[in-house]
Ligand binder design. Structure first.
Ligand code: C2E
Ligand code: MG
Ligand code: MG
Ligand code: MG
Length: 277
């Protein structure tokens, strides 16, 4: 995808870049090494059901703990991983690590749906669906416990995206559109996509106390299309109260929890008091 590659390149050379990372070759070899040495880790951010206050699930968010660069956030290295093609093995590691987490929680009597972010190159990878299916089978994971998140701009080639989304849906996983409202998706296609969740971009939630028009409209649209609405970037009690009044189904943000380690997630699951919210 030319446009996206271009964007990745600009980010790589001009912004967001730790100073040490000065050539694409260097980054490529550092990322390769990171895969081999298992320097990636997943954090999980809980998602709360607005009506009941129960935990709905969690989103897996990758971090790179580089021994030389420190903690590198995904907004920095994911574009580079896309650029170099290393997103394919990294993305596969993410899916497998989520499967391991679900399996280990199951052994502790816990069952929690987990969302996985895909990037564009991964989404259009030829054997994506087979690869996901293979991992879920190997770890004996119920596919309905997995939600695949893609962004609107990944679905710009709507006809092509529709085929993949239908295959994923047939596998039994759930589907979400991430950062909704910031891309360029055609509403006409959105209607045909078998999407379960619309995630309202956090920029709209940050504004919500001053201006709720966009969020109100997205919620109405999503519900009309039989989707559940997820608010991202829920930071305050006022956000929670307003979003409850607005009938947003699921809430995610620092108000409830930052993304946390697998161990901390399990503590959160066993200690979270739904009556407080
Ligand atoms: P995203 O999927 O939209 O994830 C939400 C981002 O918002 C996360 O940033 C999360 O830490 C942050 N966030 C959550 N709640 C709040 C809040 O209340 N306030 C604020 N200010 N921020 C909040 P993070 O973890 O840095 O991830 C950034 C992006 O990197 C993600 O955006 C996603 O697009 C990408 N990403 C993360 N993990 C993966 C992955 O495993 N694979 C791929 N392909 N992309 C990933
Ligand atoms: Mg996401
Ligand atoms: Mg998002
Ligand atoms: Mg985002």
């Amino acid at each position: 995808h030319a446009k996206n590659n271009e964007r990745g390149t600009i980010q790589f050379y001009q912004t967001n870049l730790p100073v040490q990372m000065d050539s694409i070759l260097e980054v490529e070899s550092a990322l390769r090494k990171a895969i081999e040495q298992e320097e990636f880790i997943l954090h999980y951010q809980p998602q709360i059901e607005t009506k009941t206050g129960r935990i709905h699930g969690a989103e897996a968010l990758i971090r790179w703990e580089s021994p030389t660069r420190g903690l590198v956030p995904p907004n920095v290295f994911i574009p580079l991983a896309e650029e170099t093609g290393l997103i394919i093995p990294i993305g596969e590691w993410v899916i497998e690590e989520v499967a391991r987490t679900i399996r280990s929680m199951k052994k502790q009597g816990l069952e929690l749906p987990i969302s996985i972010n895909l990037s564009i190159r991964q989404f259009y990878q030829r054997d994506l669906v087979e690869r996901i299916e293979m991992i879920l089978t190997r770890y004996d994971i119920d596919p309905s416990l997995i939600t695949i998140e893609i962004t609107e701009s990944m679905a710009m080639d709507a006809a092509k995206a529709l085929v993949i989304l239908k295959e994923l849906k047939a596998l039994g996983v759930k589907l979400a559109i991430d950062d909704f409202g910031t891309g360029y998706s055609s509403l006409n296609y959105l209607k045909q996509f078998p999407i379960d969740y619309l995630k309202i971009d956090q920029s709209f939630i940050f504004d919500i106390l001053d201006d709720r028009a966009i969020t109100d409209s997205i919620i109405l649209l999503g519900h009309r299309l039989n989707m559940s609405l997820v608010a991202e970037g829920v930071e305050t009690k006022a956000h929670v109260e307003l979003l409850r009044e607005m009938n947003c189904d699921i809430l995610q943000g620092y108000y409830f929890s930052k993304p946390i380690s697998k161990e901390a997630l399990i503590d959160f699951l066993t200690s979270f008091d739904q009556t407080e919210h």
